[in-house]
Design a protein around this ligand. Structure first.
Ligand code: KMH
Ligand code: ZN
Length: 276
């Protein structure tokens, strides 16, 4: 048994890119999002990273669509922390991306750099990052720093020094995006080595790196994000039945390593998100 905090698992249940044509379990409607969130919570997820869709699956950051999804999730999983995306989909403006912050969610993402994203570019210039962070601060929303590459960590540290991102810092290393840093364990070790010792961290492995990086994070004292936003498969060539199956797999890894999964209250303490 290793000495570490209990494990916080985040479920990225929807995303903006994965469609039902790739995995039929990707939720689109508020009812589907709520059912998936409840199942993930039962399996041990304590945070739901939330995107929303139009009925045909098109990604949107529409405020009312987020509100409907959040209310539906709250009804079935009142103890889960809901983290709204400010990344949205590639090409969206800051105004579009930040609509869910007007709902004053407890938690949101903040990507602190620009990178290639497949054949597209996920744009996050300093003015864009500052403007998203300002809106999160005005609305009292705790931020998770999404670092797709090492420079994103340096940018976040610079913005933290300026007071744009409040302490304590919490990093999500998003590794394995085609066009950014790959998802090998040595990349994770480098990312860990450049954050302040008091910061908390987790890893979101994309594609085939999802479960290998989950295991690496558990062994290194970090936290984990899994779900259909990042990866469609439970094993090579086998579609996951839902994000919940990926959460259950992480829970099995934690059990095998003797690491307890955080209770909802422990997750709030670890992530510095007091219950409202
Ligand atoms: N959909 C990606 C381009 C976030 O949620 O904050 C961005 C993303 C990051 O998913
Ligand atoms: Zn996302």
């Amino acid at each position: 048994m290793i000495e570490r905090e209990p494990l916080v698992i985040t479920a990225a249940i929807c995303g903006a890119e994965t469609m039902k044509s790739s995995n039929p379990a990707v939720p689109y409607t508020a009812a589907e999002l709520a059912a998936e969130a409840a199942r993930c919570f039962e399996e041990g997820a304590r945070v739901i990273h939330l995107h929303v869709r139009r009925p045909d699956g098109t990604p949107t950051q529409d405020r009312d669509t987020f509100q409907a999804a959040i209310e539906a999730i709250r009804r079935v999983a009142p103890d889960v922390i809901i983290q709204t995306s400010t990344g949205g989909a590639v090409g969206m403006t800051v105004d579009e991306r930040t609509q869910p912050l007007e709902l004053k969610p407890e938690f949101c993402t903040l990507t602190t750099g620009t990178c290639n994203f497949g054949d597209e570019v996920f744009e996050n210039s300093f003015p864009m990052i500052r403007s998203i962070a300002a809106k999160a601060n005005v609305n009292g929303v705790r931020m998770e720093i999404e670092a797709f590459d090492a420079g994103f960590v340096d940018n976040a540290l610079r913005l933290a020094k300026e007071g744009v991102i409040p302490a304590p810092l919490h990093f999500d290393f998003v590794l394995g995006v085609p066009g950014a840093m790959t998802g090998t364990d040595d990349r994770l070790d480098f990312m860990r080595s450049i954050i302040p010792p008091e910061a908390t961290w987790m890893v979101a492995g994309v594609g085939r790196f999802e479960l290998s990086l989950a295991a690496a994070a558990i062994a290194r004292g970090g936290h984990v994000r899994v779900g259909l936003e990042d990866n469609s498969f439970i094993s090579r060539g086998v579609l996951a039945k839902g994000s919940w199956e990926l959460v259950a797999e992480v829970r099995k890894m934690a059990d095998a390593a003797g690491v307890p999964v955080a209770t909802p209250e422990q997750a709030r303490r670890i992530l510095s998100i007091p219950r409202r």
